[in-house]
Design a protein around this ligand. Structure first.
Ligand code: AMP
Ligand code: MG
Length: 403
């Protein structure tokens, strides 16, 4: 099978996925969730004409010149409105956030007045609307405030609460099961025996899943036998996505694909023209009556994390009903690059956003064994397959490593 270009592979991954169902959640659970519907205001904001300052509510016509003396007839506080009406020559002491008394149309700030008992001298000219926040100036009842597909931020939640929502309809979070495979793997923190390494991928990938808005379920480590793999694959029931890690090449111990196919999976592709990350597969199976996407990532930690950025994050985004799954940004090379081979290269690099256009500096050593280099990088330069050598200053596409 010819190597599939990355863009084509991603297209197929995304085409296979449709947004999950909706659930209603409280505002305190809403951070980072994705809206399943547009959100409209349930009330006007402010709900009443409100004072923006501490001072005196007046009818602007009662202050034709300054100074003018008005009679204070009461007080309007936040949550304690003045119950009477203002007649000509009257004023009401008012505080920030308090409703404007009926027939008043402006607030004179305290600093522009002087008081002698209930005789209030207005010292500065007044226009209607001064220091008043009119009803609905912020938003109107029925106005659309938040779009379906929006990932909720602190500001969105504040707005929804102000607009009278106690709960919000969000897309159910995709459950992503993560299965490490390999006889050499031990849980991080375990003293390493001969030939053993820490199973780091599942922890990095669980964080990727959660940062992308999914719910990670770490299944542990399967051994390189069909039996162990079969048992582990059964454990993935109930997950929307199964991610297997490693065991996907063509070595004698690479049994993940056969084990998955035995467990009912149909694979769409299993080799892509990507560096790092050639042995990557994708397909689906039915388990427990539900369809499950199956993504096989390379075992190499650097490769698996980069491939998760390119395939898993957009897949989760699509399951959450978001648009524009893989957003790259434009930059120029800070240093020259040699000609590329036949696979699209995702080069670890650092991005300088202080210049325009931004400049991306690729690391000298692109060895996919260097987890430290990946950790140090803040972006990936995407070099197309078969690209010729490129001089510094050449425009390039860059993928932010915001995970
Ligand atoms: P494999 O594709 O299984 O041959 O794995 C490729 C490389 O990645 C090997 O060096 C494995 O030891 C390593 N590897 C596989 N799975 C993991 C994992 N979950 N965490 C860290 N390294 C892994
Ligand atoms: Mg292995």
């Amino acid at each position: 099978m010819a190597l599939l270009p990355v863009a084509e592979a991603l297209k197929r991954v995304l085409a296979s996925a449709t947004p999950l169902g909706t659930e209603l959640i409280g505002l305190r659970q809403a951070l980072g969730r994705t809206l399943a519907e547009h959100i409209e205001a349930r009330v006007d904001n402010p709900p009443f004409d409100a004072s923006a300052m501490d001072g005196y509510a007046v009818r602007a016509v009662d202050v034709p010149q300054v100074p003018t003396i008005l009679t204070m007839i009461g007080e309007s506080g936040a949550g304690r409105p003045f119950s009477g009406e203002i007649a000509p020559g009257d004023t009401v002491r008012i505080f920030t956030g308090a409703p404007l008394p009926t027939r008043s149309d402006a607030v004179v700030i305290q600093e522009n007045t002087s008081a002698d008992g209930s005789r209030i001298t207005i010292q500065d000219p007044v226009k209607p609307g001064d220091n008043v926040r009119p009803t609905g100036q912020d938003f109107r009842k029925g106005q659309r405030l938040l779009e379906k597909g929006k990932r909720l931020t602190a500001r969105d939640i504040l707005l929804a609460a102000a607009a009278g929502h106690a709960t919000l309809p969000v897309v159910r979070r995709p459950i992503v099961a993560l299965l490490s495979t390999g006889d050499e793997l031990v849980e991080p923190g375990t003293e390493l025996g001969q030939g053993q390494i820490s199973a780091s991928n599942s922890f990095g990938l669980a964080a990727v899943v959660e940062a992308a808005g999914g719910e990670a379920r770490v299944l542990g480590i399967a051994r390189d036998t069909l039996q162990s793999l079969a048992a582990a694959l059964d454990q993935a029931a109930g997950a929307d996505v199964l991610v297997t890690i490693g065991g996907a090449s063509v070595g004698d111990h690479d049994l993940v694909r056969p084990a998955l196919e035995k467990a009912g999976a149909k694979l769409d592709f299993y080799k892509i023209a990507m560096r790092p990350g050639k042995p990557l597969f994708f397909g689906s199976r039915t388990i427990g009556g539900s369809r499950q996407h199956c993504l096989g990532l390379p075992g190499n930690p650097v490769s698996s994390l980069i491939c998760s950025r390119v395939f898993l994050v957009p897949l989760i985004g699509r399951l959450l009903g978001r648009e524009a799954p893989l957003e790259s940004i434009d930059a120029v090379l800070a240093e020259p690059l040699p000609a590329n081979g036949s696979r699209e290269h995702y080069m670890r690099a650092r991005l300088d956003l202080s210049t325009s256009p931004a400049r991306a500096a690729p690391f000298k050593n692109q060895d996919s064994g260097l987890i430290t280099a990946l950790q140090n990088a803040d972006c990936l330069i995407v070099v197309p397959a078969d690209a010729p050598a490129q001089a510094a200053g050449t425009p390039v596409k860059v993928l932010k490593l915001d995970i």
